[in-house]
Design a protein around this ligand. Structure first.
Ligand SMILES: NC(=O)c1ccc[n+]([C@@H]2O[C@H](COP(=O)([O-])OP(=O)(O)OC[C@H]3O[C@@H](n4cnc5c(N)ncnc54)[C@H](OP(=O)(O)O)[C@@H]3O)[C@@H](O)[C@H]2O)c1
Length: 248
């Protein structure tokens, strides 16, 4: 029986670590062709080589999602090399938590550029070929913070609420093109994400929280695989999951 993953061409932003890397590993093991984008190209290439050595098909492309041309090149590379794009996973993001009163305006700008505009550029790049193909699946990574706002996490939560709003609008608008959309909203998952926090007191608190509750990135990969593996007439619109021990 087909898993509806095998043979699909899946583009993943932020695939050099954490959730993106875990998704790439699982989808490749399930027979998908993975096209990996991030800035740390040595890590991406190492992952692509490892997946290829295991019999998979993988391509690593240096991508900064704050540059529209980079994201377009990433998707174009998938279509040129493999003939189509089945799934676009807009996953790249950062979480530099800080209270608003500390005025870390440069970090707010960075979150707009990566967490919101990066996702928009991914949608723009994937929509062109997907509307032509009349098939495709866009998966956007939001967060529990796309549902709940916490102190020091206000602007991160704002970006993740934005991802959910965009995804729901996209879901409604792309019906004529037979496309699927999924929002994945994880709770605390053990990745490098807390390293993007620059305020020492906040970093210490969040890192301790992750140490106490975070679950493995495989949880995310399985959620992605579940959404993709559904029959094409089933559209999993959102998956919200947390560690069993996470309260908030
Ligand atoms: N871990 C969690 O608890 C959790 C919970 C909810 C939501 N999320 C979301 O999950 C997504 C992935 O985060 P993660 O937890 O896997 O953290 P991570 O390990 O820090 O990974 C972040 C990824 O984003 C990439 N990235 C950052 N800036 C980029 C840019 N300008 N261009 C291209 N890629 C960029 C990084 O690659 P390079 O540095 O190589 O570019 C890296 O591959 C984020 O959107 C995050 O908000 C995570």
């Amino acid at each position: 029986m087909s898993n509806n993953i095998k043979g699909k061409v899946v583009v993943i932003t932020g695939a050099s670590s954490g959730l993106g890397e875990a998704a790439a590993r699982l989808l490749s093991a399930e027979g998908a062709t993975v096209v990996l984008g991030a800035r740390r190209v040595e890590r991406l290439q190492k992952l692509a080589d490892e997946l290829t050595a295991k019999g998979g098909k993988a391509l690593a492309i240096a991508t900064d999602v704050t540059k529209r041309s980079d994201v377009k090149k990433l998707v174009d590379a998938a279509v040129q090399k493999f003939g189509r794009i089945d799934v676009m996973i807009n996953n790249a993001g950062l979480m530099p938590h800080s209270p608003l009163e500390r005025l870390k305006v440069d970090e707010w700008d960075r979150m707009v550029d990566v967490n919101i505009k990066g996702v928009l550029y991914g949608i723009a790049a994937a929509l062109e070929p997907m509307m032509r193909q009349k098939f495709g699946h866009i998966i956007n990574v939001s967060s529990v913070a796309g549902h709940k706002v916490t102190p020091a996490g206000a602007f991160y939560a704002a970006t993740k609420h934005a991802v959910r709003a965009l995804s729901e609008g996209l879901r409604q608008e792309i019906k004529p093109y037979n496309l699927r959309t999924t929002i994945i909203s994880p709770g605390a998952v053990a990745t490098e994400l807390p390293n993007s926090i620059t305020e020492p007191d906040i970093a210490e608190r969040i890192k301790q929280f992750y140490k106490d509750v975070a679950i493995s990135a495989d949880s995310f990969a399985r959620a992605v695989a579940f959404a993709i593996s559904q029959p094409e007439d089933v559209d999993i619109n959102e998956i919200l999951f947390r560690p069993t021990r996470q309260e908030l």
